[in-house]
Design a protein around this ligand. Structure first.
Ligand code: SF4
Length: 81
């Protein structure tokens, strides 16, 4: 069973500090219209910009971003595939 990680961004609370994008650009990017963080297209679930599914080699990346988010709107949850 491969480990995967579900990543969600509560975008309403994002303060556009870009910490997540700096630490983990493989998964996070800024939305050009509202200036808030979103999941890059490659890892989106069902086209939802606030929900992603990433492989385990990006675990450290997404967790460091979640820890760095000062308003704690990023959550990372381990899921079994
Ligand atoms: S670190 Fe948090 S507040 Fe900052 S851009 Fe990312 S999601 Fe938004």
């Amino acid at each position: 069973m491969a480990k995967k990680f579900k990543v969600t961004i509560d975008r309403d609370g994002c303060i556009s500090c870009m910490a997540c994008v700096s630490l983990c650009p493989e998964v996070f990017e800024m939305n050009e219209e509202d200036g808030k963080s979103q999941i890059v297209e490659k890892y989106r679930v069902g086209g939802d910009i606030s929900t992603g599914s990433v492989p385990s080699d990006l675990e450290d990346c997404v967790k460091s971003a979640a820890e760095a988010c000062s308003v704690t709107v990023i959550s990372v949850e381990e899921v079994e595939e």
